[in-house]
Design a protein around this ligand. Sequence first.
Ligand code: G3P
Length: 217
Amino acid sequence: MKFFVDTADTAEIADLAATGLLDGVTTNPSLIHKSGREFIPVVKEICGLVDGPVSAEVVALDHETMMKEADILRAVADNVAIKVPLTIDGLKTCKKLSDDGCQVNVTLCFSANQALLAAKAGAAFISPFVGRHDDNGLDGMRLIEDIRLIYDNYLFDTEILVASIRNPIHVLESARIGADVATMPPNVIRGLFKHVLTDKGIEGFMADWAKTGQTIT
Ligand code: G3P
C-alpha cells in the first residue's frame, strides 16, 4: 500500500519524505488555507519534495472553468495530479484530462456507485472519505470493501486512495482490504511507527548495554 501525506505543510512533508516511505502528497483547499501559503508556489515546492503524485484541487464548479484551472495546475510540475470533486462537471473534467494523459484524483466520494462512475471516467485515483463517513453514522471501511470488490470485478485500474483517515485502525483496515493508497495526516503516519513495547524494549537494551561499558567502533 502506498503512503501519501495529507497536508500542505512543507516542513512536515520534507521530514516525512526523508524516511523514504512517502509515495505522494494530497492537498485540498482547506489544507492550503491551513498552511497560510499561496496555492501555486506551495504546490510547486511540494512537487520538488516528492517524486510521486501531488494532488492539487480545482475550485471551480463548472467544467469549462475547471479545465482552465487544471491547465494552470498541470503546468506547475510533471507530478501534479489534478483533483476534482465527484460531480457531473468534475467527472466530465476527469474524463477529458485522463484522455489527455493527466492523472486525476476524484475526491469527496461517499458511495461505491460514485466510485464506479469515477473509474468509468478514467480516474487515476478515487478518494473515498472514511472518517467523514464514520462521522455520519456509516461504516467507512465497508465503503472501501465495496469499491475494492467492484473494481476487481471489472479490472478497473483506478487506485483506491483512502482519505479522511483519522487513526491507525483506518490504515490497518485499508491494508487488510487491499486499498492501493492511504493518505494520512502527518500525526497518523508518525503514530504508525510507535509502540509502547518498542520504546520499553529500547530502554531495557540501552540500560543493559551501558552496564557492559562497551562502545561500537
Ligand atoms: O483527504 C481528505 C481529507 O483531507 C479530509 O479529512 O479529516 O477533514 O475529513 P477530514
